[in-house]
Design a binder for this molecule. Structure first.
Ligand code: PLP
Length: 467
């Protein structure tokens, strides 16, 4: 008797139950946040830059799954490659072998990363890529301390969390990895003061901070690399969000013309289909960890070299090249940035527009005129950064555009569109933002009431959690 065919339709038919199931068995607080912000839609289909909900409405996806859908959603060439790989009944995850496709992907990545970074470790996530970098750096230098930046985000496993620049993420989980120290982003003197102690294994930095969209200048990155080497430490560039084309170069550090000692990546590497992450490093660093036959398995990950992830990685790079998406990221990024800057001419609450390629931050400050000015102040007094929620909310609820708030203490909205986005997507976004800010200029009691509701419910949830 054969196995009964699997009925995916029967599972998908339960779409309306998803929030309740999540409330019962997964992250119930996230379900509440989605309800509170009006983000509680049920998506049933996706294509390119668009998501579709169960009522057939389309949503412009300027979040791209936190940056994993660099090629947009369900790219046909990626889908075909994965189906092709499955149809071949390949020998996946034998473990005691040298899987070809993972090897070829490593070769491809190191060739594109620059001459000296000749070794590659595959894991499953950005956090794991950074954990790997921490271990490799410690072993190679014989030092233990890791320096990171204020506002940094490198993942939420306990090692990566010890490099997190936001206290709210760490609260209740400490003690974390000992021997980590924050420095202000962009401050070479502060970095040197830490390095001078002579016990630092690595300085880990995002070339553009995901939390604030602050950009590391080329001279800062060059200075950091030099200082690290002067003091026997390594420079780790976390390209989990900025890497793989997002900023218009394959890796963001390439804008600065440097070659770091280690580079971490994840997110877009499998075009969003299979969890994967990678850590690249120099040969001498690698050999310190894998220093003898006994140590061949000293750092590994069961799913690390899995064939489907490797296929996804190859096809991701193939589409990136074929569609010239680095150029498109630069072109569309410039169009989007200029469009927003033009809006700043008549919406003075836009205080800054910054980024590279298609990683863009819009910072807001209080408008100069009443009544928006008073409402902005009230929102700020309730909770710092609340105004940006008042932009992200209407962009979504009134215009069906998905974006995110990028900081807790300042008002920054971050845009991470798929790298395939073009003029039509830019126009939809800029027109929508214009409308949202025009209304915000006249925002009055209803917006403030909404903000107060959001702030107080958020606070209550925190208190409940603490008790
Ligand atoms: N590093 C950076 C710069 C990130 O933006 C993220 C996730 O957003 C991570 C690390 C963690 O990646 P993951 O969620 O895959 O562990």
């Amino acid at each position: 008797m054969g196995t009964t065919p699997f009925d995916l339709d029967a599972l998908l038919a339960r779409v309306a139950d998803a929030p309740a199931i999540h409330h019962a068995h997964l992250n119930h607080q996230l379900v509440s946040v989605l309800e509170l912000t009006g983000f509680d839609r049920r998506y049933v289909r996706a294509d390119g830059c668009l998501l579709y909900d169960d009522e057939g409405r389309d949503y412009l996806d300027f979040l791209a799954g936190f940056g994993v859908f660099a090629l947009g959603r369900n790219h046909p060439v990626v889908k075909d490659a994965l189906v092709d790989a499955l149809d071949r009944d390949l020998a996946h995850l034998v473990q005691f072998d040298t899987p070809l496709l993972a090897g070829l992907l490593a070769e491809e990545l190191v060739n594109r990363a620059g001459g000296g970074l000749s070794r590659c470790f595959f894991g499953n996530s950005g956090a794991e890529a950074n954990e790997t970098a921490i271990k490799l750096a410690r072993r190679h230098t014989g030092h233990s301390r890791i320096v990171y930046c204020d506002h940094a985000f490198h993942g939420l496993t306990t090692g990566a969390l010890a490099l997190n620049g936001g206290a709210e993420f760490r609260e209740g989980f400490e003690p974390l990895l000992p021997g980590t120290a924050p420095v202000p982003f962009g401050d070479l003197e502060a970095l040197e003061a830490e390095l001078r102690r002579g016990d630092v294994a690595a300085f880990v930095i995002e070339p553009i901070q995901g939390k604030t969209v602050e950009i590391a200048t080329p001279s800062y990155l060059r200075g950091a690399l030099e200082l690290c080497h002067q003091h026997g430490a390594l420079l780790v560039i976390d390209e989990v969000q900025t890497g793989l084309g997002r900023t218009g170069e394959l890796f963001c550090y390439q804008h600065a013309g440097i070659e770091p000692d280690l580079v971490t990546m994840a997110k877009a590497l499998s075009a969003g289909f299979i969890p994967v992450g990678a850590t690249l490093c120099r040969d001498d660093i690698w050999r310190s960890t894998y220093s003898s036959l006994d140590r061949a398995m000293v750092h590994s990950s069961t799913f690390g070299q899995n064939t489907l992830a490797a296929v996804a990685g190859h096809v991701f790079l193939h589409v990136l090249d074929e569609e010239d998406l680095l150029s498109n990221a630069r072109r569309t990024g410039a169009l989007l940035t200029n469009g927003i800057k033009q809006l700043a001419g008549h919406h003075d609450m836009i205080s800054d527009v910054r980024g590279l390629g298609l990683m863009i931050g819009i910072e807001f400050d209080q408008p100069s005129a009443a009544p928006g000015k008073a409402a902005f102040r009230l929102l700020q007094a309730m909770r710092h950064g609340l105004f940006s929620q008042m932009v992200v909310g209407p962009l979504f609820n009134d215009h069906r555009i998905l974006t995110q708030v990028a900081a807790d203490d300042v008002n920054i909205v971050k845009l991470l569109p798929p790298l395939v986005a073009g003029p039509a997507e830019v126009e939809r976004f800029v027109t929508a933002l214009d409308d949202v800010l025009r209304k915000a200029r006249h925002m009055g009691t209803s917006t403030v009431r909404l903000g107060r509701d959001f702030a107080t419910r958020g606070l209550k949830a925190r208190r409940k959690h603490k008790s």
